[in-house]
Design a protein around this ligand. Structure first.
Ligand code: NBY
Length: 801
């Protein structure tokens, strides 16, 4: 491994490059430049360096005639890119020094960058980590997505309630992308299907054009760069209708363009599913069709035998959102290129693979056949032929991509993929026994597990410089792209001096967070408190309400005995609720109301506080995770497919309080059961428990603390101006309680008191924290991607060629 810790460009040359961009690209004089101008100039100077290795990688791929991986995803939650680029190019020292020499505060310039939130949560962030690992590993790859004008909404609170405002990351110029007007494809919708001379012809009624924007994705040490290609929708027939314009109808003249652009206007903010929304299906087909056209154009430019396609092209479907790729590829190969149907289908299957991210029934995509057929008439016919071919080759007819007048995208993806993967060991086993059990019996080799991972460049090296500095001091920097090397710190943990340095990094990170919170939210907290963090989308299965119920019960216990030796704790929440998910929004408001009462209570506030930070995004996660003592991973077992935040926390030395769900199971296996606070029912027990009609009532009767906490909510202790405000929540938790909050409460409360006791012994706590860091190397997305490459894509690294 290359041990040079600094890029070879000099600070002076780099400074000159920044000034050159400021002057000639942005047209600004240094004495009049604003922070934004400096950020752009710095970004362009960094980008120059990226472009060189980007071209080199492209050239190598062409020269080798190599297979490429295409990652199709409706979401890429990339966050800020400037620091990421600087770190991977090892330009941190030069960039800091150059900005200083130019009289600019480096951190202020970095903080000026908008957070590109082109995703909802875990699925979108996973796609971003995967792209970075693909580049680090030197695997030729493209990410294909949509260039949403507006990403995930901005969240604020008014009287504790979530407010949504449009997100506007493109208001300023996005310095990382290159517009590619020459890469433009026509995407058709609707219309008619006819046959002529034995050939089927689809004549769409409407169309929009997809225009490409490329962002280079640089890997560690700048040794390889791949492309994230995002599609923007524009009107097929030019920017405006001249006839209308000439008649003086200016609004009408602009209408076609406005209509076309709607397709890439905004990210759907629902992290389960937007069932049956026509625009959503249009977006899915828009992405998929543009990507496939681009893939085949690239293939045709290098090869003249379509039979080679599976050897040169691997297409990964990030959940079912791009599942229309199955029928679309068959349509192209059969209708347009004349392959026999079954051969076209086999070839498509050999190229395609599918990742499942959820078992929640309400999140499995299906489309009413009327809507589907109206928008994609030819594809509906092809879905039926796919079903016929599948049924002919296999004994069972019950397994169908079309049933109950719906097109089932999970089933369709399963049939059209040569590999189907889950995202944690438990989730993959549950796929085999629940949603895909019959398919699994028919195709026992198709389902495989690929436990998720996270990129250590962003989620340790960049976000936690204090800890990564200590690690590099201790074992060198090989860990950055070989994370299992973290094991090398384990022998040092018993050294009191070393452990003190580990503890100091955490302490300083917490102090930074406390200062930042005081500055931005006015909330004053003592960094000596335990920082207990739950950050993720709001969802009943993730059980933020279990966490706040425990806070209430604990508060009541402290109030009854205020002078006891309580462990001071700050509970931090952050996360967005889908705008139409009213129950989740009630949970946010409840947490904010509880925070108001607890934080004002002079009897208890020295030992228990609650803060809900607004507008959770990648940047906030990078700030919170290094400062966390405790990571809340408390989903109802069997419901969280994997989780990836759980991995980031463990890596950064937060201990987990968690259920045996998703990748928690594997985290506990790796870090050791002694260094993990386990509670709650297993997935099997959850299913059993739900069969008891009054499971919630029984749990409440058995635990007076739970009853008292629920009563306080119901009586309006946290909403005195409107006592009934949370009856919807209490009615649910005392009644159906599908996610078993009440039934898991008692064991959760017990585990939290164990956490309190453990936190008092600082040496023991820090030892456990450091063991979490040392043993989390397996959760690198480099490991995940290496396994996808060999087990799914049959793709090779070209980095060292
Ligand atoms: O994918 C998440 C899982 O919940 C989490 O356990 C896992 O770690 C992560 C990566 O594998 N799923 C997720 O984030 N899903 C979405 O964001 C999502 C977004 C849109 C839609 C459905 C799900 N949709 O139907 O529009």
């Amino acid at each position: 491994m290359n041990m040079v810790s600094r890029n070879t460009i000099t600070t002076d040359d780099f400074r000159a490059a920044i000034l050159r961009h400021l002057t000639y690209e942005l047209g600004k004089d240094a004495s009049h430049a604003a922070v934004e101008d400096w950020r752009m100039a710095l970004s362009f100077a960094v980008r120059d360096q990226i472009v060189d290795s980007w071209f080199a990688a492209t050239r190598k791929t062409y020269d080798a005639g190599a297979k490429r991986v295409y990652y199709l995803s409706m979401e890429f939650l990339i966050g800020r890119l400037l620091k990421d680029g600087i770190i991977n190019l090892r330009l941190l020292d030069q960039a800091r020094e150059a900005m200083q020499a130019l009289g600019q505060d480096f951190d202020t310039v970095l903080a000026d960058e908008p957070d590109a939130a082109l995703g909802n949560g875990g699925l979108g962030r996973l796609a971003a980590c995967f792209l970075e690992s693909l580049s680090t590993l030197g695997c030729p790859a493209y990410g294909y997505g949509i260039r949403y004008e507006h990403g995930l909404f901005r969240q604020s609170f008014v009287d504790g309630r979530q407010m949504e405002a449009p997100e506007t990351w493109l208001l300023q110029r996005h310095p990382w992308e290159f517009e590619r007007p020459e890469s433009r494809y026509r995407i058709g919708f609707g219309g008619e299907v006819s046959t002529k001379a034995g050939k089927t012809i689809w004549t769409p009624a409407d169309s929009v054009d997809a225009e490409a924007y490329d962002t280079p994705v640089i890997g560690w040490q700048g040794r390889w760069a791949n492309t994230l290609r995002l599609w923007s929708a524009v009107a097929s027939d030019g920017p405006f209708d001249l006839d209308s314009f000439n008649r003086g109808d200016f609004a009408g003249a602009a209408r076609p363009e406005a209509l076309a652009r709607t397709i890439s206007r905004v990210l759907y903010p629902d992290d389960t599913t937007e069932q049956g929304k026509e625009l959503r299906l249009k977006q899915e087909y828009f992405l998929t069709s543009a990507a496939l056209k681009d893939i085949l154009r690239r293939f045709d430019s290098e090869h003249d035998d379509i039979g080679k396609l599976p050897g040169k092209v691997a297409i990964q479907l990030n959940d079912t959102h791009p599942a229309i790729a199955g029928p679309e590829l068959v349509r192209i190969l059969h209708d347009e290129r004349g392959l026999p149907f079954e051969e076209a289908m086999k070839m498509a299957q050999a190229c395609l693979s599918y990742t499942n991210h959820t078992l929640l029934p309400e999140a499995l995509e299906s489309w009413p056949e009327g809507l589907f057929g109206k928008l994609l008439p030819r594809h509906l016919q092809i879905v039926d032929r796919i079903d016929d071919a599948h049924a002919k080759a296999n004994p069972s007819r019950t397994l169908s991509a079309r049933s109950d007048h719906q097109v089932k995208m999970g089933e369709l993806s399963f049939i059209m993929a040569h590999k189907v993967n889950g995202v944690s060991a438990l989730h993959t086993e549950l796929m085999k026994t629940t949603v895909f059990s019959e398919f699994h019996r028919l195709h026992p080799d198709r389902i495989i597990n690929q436990t998720n991972g996270v990129t250590p460049r962003r989620w340790l090296l960049s976000c936690n410089p204090r800890l990564s500095g200590l690690i590099t001091d201790t074992i060198g920097e090989g860990w950055v792209d070989d994370l299992e090397q973290l094991k090398g710190i384990e022998p040092h943990i018993s050294d009191a001096g070393w452990l003190e340095r580990y503890a100091a990094a955490k302490r300083d990170n917490k102090a930074d967070l406390a200062n930042w919170m005081a500055k931005t939210t006015g909330v004053k907290v003592d960094p000596a408190m335990m920082f207990d963090v739950q950050i993720k989308r709001l969802h009943e299965y993730k059980r933020q309400h279990l966490n706040i119920l425990e806070a209430i019960a604990h508060w009541q216990e402290i109030k009854a005995n205020p002078s006891a030796d309580w462990t001071p704790r700050l509970k931090i929440f952050a996360g967005k609720a889908a705008p139409g998910y009213f129950f989740a929004k009630d949970i946010i408001r409840l947490i904010n109301d509880v925070a108001k009462v607890l934080n004002a209570d002079t009897d208890t506030r020295d030992v228990l506080q609650v803060a809900f930070l607004p507008n959770y995004n990648v940047t906030l996660a990078e700030r919170l995770i290094p400062a966390a003592d405790l990571s809340e991973q408390i989903s109802t077992a069997g419901k969280e497919a994997s989780g990836t935040g759980n991995m980031k926390f463990a890596l950064n030395g937060a201990l987990t309080v968690g259920t045996l769900d998703g990748a928690n199971v594997e985290i506990r296996d790796h870090v050791g059961a002694d260094n993990f606070f386990l509670f709650g029912m297993t997935a099997d027990k959850v299913e059993e428990r739900r069969l008891i009609p009054d499971h919630a009532a029984q749990a409440i009767a058995a635990d007076p603390r739970l009853g008292a906490a629920l009563k306080a909510i119901r009586d309006g202790v946290f909403s005195p101006d409107e006592p009934g405000r949370y009856h919807n929540i209490t009615d649910n938790l005392t009644g159906p309680d599908y996610f078993l909050v009440a039934s898991d409460f008692t064991d959760y409360y017990r585990a939290q008191r164990e956490v309190d006791a453990a936190f008092k012994d600082k040496t023991h706590w820090m030892t456990m924290a450091a063991l979490n860091t040392a043993r989390s190397g397996w959760f690198s997305s480099d490991r995940t991607i290496t396994d996808y490459m060999s087990q799914i894509w049959d793709a090779k690294s070209l980095r060292d060629s």
